[in-house]
Design a protein around this ligand. Structure first.
Ligand SMILES: Cc1cc2nc3c(=O)[nH]c(=O)nc-3n(C[C@H](O)[C@H](O)[C@H](O)COP(=O)(O)OP(=O)(O)OC[C@H]3O[C@@H](n4cnc5c(N)ncnc54)[C@H](O)[C@@H]3O)c2cc1C
Ligand code: FES
Length: 245
């Protein structure tokens, strides 16, 4: 974990409530896709956890959906603003156990960490299938970015305004050859995906309300087969078999 100042370089609106943010700063503590950063905001007691969408030397990409006052303030911060950020938090996705036919499954802003994950898989010569679910076409983002990486991309929207009408689970069933899942999204989606018998292996990224963000307060625990585990420190990514669903 490292605490440093990052500078906002630019912010781009992707949908009505979702923004891409590029920051410059020391990214040396980030070691795996699926890790997160914890951002201090002026006059707010608790930091805001946000997944690393991608990173390079001295460059950090975040995708932020406005959920409340803190994230609204964050996306409104002008370029040049310095942010106090804890980086290199959490375990991230384990790429070592990845097979040749992974499927990356994201719901809403859960697509964010899957982008960095897809890029790392491509660097290893693996072409991931990516299945993303959004409420409507207007909520969809980063489609060109995923296909630009060379991923096989499938989209589902609840109202059918883009891609398949339905949920990401419907997309997964359409690619039975994919049995190795990397999943990020709201908990009901994680549970629905986990119930698909086709998926033999799975790594699931969980969200929890966080206080310290680095393992000190046990405020973010979830139940696992080996007892309570901290989402911020032992996760946010957990293997399918260790989770008490
Ligand atoms: C590991 C992790 C990764 C995340 N990655 C992303 C991401 O890539 N992009 C993104 O847009 N959002 C992400 N979130 C959710 C994001 O942290 C919350 O939307 C944000 O903290 C809300 O803050 P707020 O002040 O706007 O909302 P408020 O509802 O006003 O927040 C009030 C308090 O609740 C906490 N809180 C609210 N919602 C959440 C939540 N879902 N998870 C954790 N704490 C919450 C806030 O940190 C704050 O302390 C992630 C959360 C976690 C735990
Ligand atoms: S938020 Fe403090 S232990 Fe996870």
């Amino acid at each position: 974990m490292k605490q440093t100042l990052f500078t906002i370089e630019h912010t781009r609106q992707l949908t009505a409530d979702t923004y891409e943010m590029v920051l410059s700063g020391d990214t040396s503590a980030i070691t795996a896709p699926g890790q997160f950063v914890d951002i201090a905001l002026p006059l707010r007691f608790l930091r805001r956890p946000v997944s690393v969408a991608n990173w390079a030397k001295n460059e950090l990409l975040l995708i932020v959906r406005v959920a409340g006052e803190g994230t609204r303030e964050l996306v409104r911060s002008v370029p040049g603003t310095e942010l106090d950020i804890l980086s290199g938090l959490g375990n991230g996705f384990d790429l070592e156990s990845c097979t040749e036919t992974p499927i990356l499954i994201g719901g809403g802003v859960g697509a964010a960490p899957l982008f960095g994950l897809a890029g790392r898989m491509r660097q290893r010569g693996v072409t991931p299938t990516v299945a993303l679910g959004f409420r409507t076409a207007e909520d969809a983002f980063y489609l060109e970015e995923f296909t630009g990486l060379g991923c096989r991309l499938f989209i589902a929207t609840e109202d059918g305004s883009l891609g398949t009408k339905g949920f990401v689970t419907d997309l997964v069933r359409a690619v039975p050859e994919c049995t190795d899942a990397f999943v990020c999204g709201p908990t009901p989606m994680l549970k629905a995906v986990r119930a698909l018998p086709q998926l033999k292996n799975g790594q699931y990224s969980f969200e929890a309300r966080m206080a310290c963000g680095f393992g000190a307060c046990v405020g973010c625990t979830i139940k696992t087969k080996s007892g309570p585990r901290r989402v911020c420190k032992d996760g946010p990514v957990f293997h399918k078999e260790e989770i008490e669903w």
